[in-house]
Design a protein around this ligand. Structure first.
Ligand code: PLP
Length: 341
C-alpha cells in the first residue's frame, strides 16, 4: 500500500530507533530528564524563544497556549478552517471557557484587513478579544504558507491592540523549507508557538510549546492539569532530536513529490485541486459528483493500492512524507490518472 492519508503514518527509521535506545533519561515530572531538558532548550533557541515545554501532542500544545493566554469569557480571532477551531474537539470552549471568532481566511491565511474592526468593545455584554491564532503551513487551507511579511504585518497590528499572537506551527518546518525563512524569523512574530515532531519530521510522538519563561512555566502547571506530564520521556525526545538533525532539509523531497501527485490530479476531469497551486506536502482536491463521492473515489484508489483520506463528502487529501518514495509517488500518480477512464 502507498499510504498518502497523512504525514503522521510514518514509522521511526532504524537510525531514529537506535537514537531512542541510547537516550539518557530521568523523571521529567521532576525536571530530571536530560534529553527532554536539552530538547526544550534546543528548540526554544532555534525559534528565538526563551523556553519550551515538551508535550504528547500538537493539540495539547495549542490548548495549553489558549489556556495561558486567555481566561474564561475571552475570545480568539482565528481562521474558520484552522486546526484549533475545527479539529481539536472544541478545546477552547471545553478546556478554557474561550470562544472562537472565526474569519474566512484566503486558503486559511488571515490578513490585517480581515482582522481590522474585529476587536470587541470594552463592554460588559461582550467577550474580551485576547488572542490571534495563525496556522503555518495551513492544513485545511491546502498546505499553504504565509509570507513572513504577511505574518509580521499581523503581528504589528496585534501588538498595537495588545492582543497576544499564537502560531500553530505543526508544519512550520515545511514553511521554513519552502520559504527559506529561518525559525527565529518566524519566532519573532509570535508570543507562543506550537511545533510538532510527529508530522513531516517523522517522530512517533511529540510536540512542543515555545514562549516566554513565565508563560511556559504556567503552561507546565496546565500540562499537569491536562494529564500531559510524562516520566522517562527522553526516549521520545531522542527521536525528536534525531528528526531535527536528519529530517528537516529532506522535506523538500516531500514537496517535490506532492507536485507529482498534484499534476496527476490535475489531469483527471472531475477532480479539482483546492487551492490550484500546491505549495508544500498537502494535496487537497474536490471530487465532482460524476466521479462519485470522495469515499467512493478513495475506495477505488485503495483497490489499486493507494490510500488517501476522504475528509468530506467531496473532499480528499493526499499527503507526501518520509515513508513514501519518489518512485511510489510516480506509481500513485499513474493510478490516480486512471480515474479519468
Ligand atoms: C496535526 C495537527 C495538529 C495537532 O497535532 P496532534 O499531535 O495530532 O494533536 C495541530 N495543528 C495542525 C495544523 C495539525 O495538522
Amino acid at each position: 500500500m502507498i499510504d498518502l492519508r497523512s504525514d503522521t503514518v510514518t514509522k521511526p527509521t532504524p537510525g531514529m530507533l537506535a537514537a531512542m535506545m541510547r537516550a539518557a533519561v530521568g523523571d521529567d515530572v521532576l525536571g530530571e530528564d536530560p534529553t527532554v531538558n536539552e530538547l526544550e532548550r534546543r528548540v526554544a533557541a532555534l525559534f528565538g524563544q526563551e523556553a519550551g515545554l515538551f508535550v504528547p501532542s500538537g493539540t495539547m500544545a495549542n490548548q495549553i497556549a489558549v489556556r495561558v493566554h486567555c481566561r474564561p469569557q475571552d475570545e480568539i480571532l482565528i481562521d474558520s478552517t484552522s486546526h484549533i477551531y475545527l479539529w481539536e474537539a472544541g478545546g477552547p470552549a471545553a478546556l478554557s471557557g474561550v470562544t472562537c471568532r472565526t474569519l474566512e481566511g484566503r486558503h486559511g491565511r488571515l490578513s490585517v484587513a480581515q482582522l481590522e474592526g474585529k476587536i470587541r468593545p470594552d463592554d460588559m455584554h461582550a467577550v474580551r478579544t485576547r488572542l490571534v491564532c495563525l496556522e503555518n503551513t495551513h492544513n485545511r487551507g491546502g498546505g499553504t504558507v504565509y509570507s513572513l511579511h504577511e505574518v509580521q504585518a499581523i503581528a504589528a497590528w496585534a501588538r498595537q491592540h495588545h492582543l497576544a499572537m499564537h502560531l500553530d506551527g505543526a508544519r512550520i518546518w515545511n514553511a521554513m523549507v519552502k520559504t527559506g525563512v529561518r525559525a527565529d524569523q518566524w519566532g519573532q512574530a509570535f508570543d507562543t508557538i506550537a511545533v510538532c515532531f510527529s508530522k513531516g519530521l517523522g517522530a512517533p510522538v511529540g510536540s512542543m510549546l515555545l514562549g516566554p519563561r513565565d508563560l511556559i512555566s504556567y503552561g507546565r502547571r496546565i500540562r499537569k492539569l491536562f494529564g500531559g506530564a510524562m516520566r522517562q520521556v527522553g526516549y521520545l525526545a531522542a527521536a525528536c532530536h534525531y528528526a531535527l538533525d536528519h529530517h528537516i532539509e529532506r522535506l523538500a523531497e516531500d514537496h517535490a513529490n506532492a507536485q507529482i501527485i498534484a499534476q496527476a490530479v490535475a489531469t483527471v476531469p472531475g477532480l479539482r485541486l483546492t487551492p490550484p497551486e500546491v505549495e508544500t506536502n498537502l494535496v487537497w482536491f474536490e471530487v465532482h459528483p460524476s466521479l462519485g463521492t470522495a469515499q467512493q473515489v478513495a475506495e477505488r484508489l485503495r483497490s489499486q493500492g493507494v490510500l488517501v483520506a476522504a475528509l468530506g463528502t467531496n473532499v480528499i487529501r493526499a499527503v507526501t512524507h518520509l515513508d513514501v518514495s519518489r518512485e511510489q509517488c510516480h506509481q500513485a500518480a499513474a493510478i490516480i490518472r486512471q480515474l479519468a477512464q
